[in-house]
Design a protein. Sequence first.
Length: 80
Amino acid sequence: MVAFKNFRKPTTMREAFDILKEENILTSEFVQSFGNIVGFRNAVAHNYENLRLEVIYDVLHNKLKEVEVFLKHIEDKFSL
């Protein structure tokens, strides 16, 4: 969404969500809570050999609702 809407370019994945907050796409509260999901994504992408199975299990069973909420924010803001 950041690139598609031509918002300022982020230097990190987490900053992309800060930009969506700045552009009033996401709330501050949501960005703060969603930061853990972004951190998990970064660990999977860059540090996968050190992932703990209990962390993966927890995310898959307890945190995917946050991803659904994020997608709903995007759908609502952009009428998708």
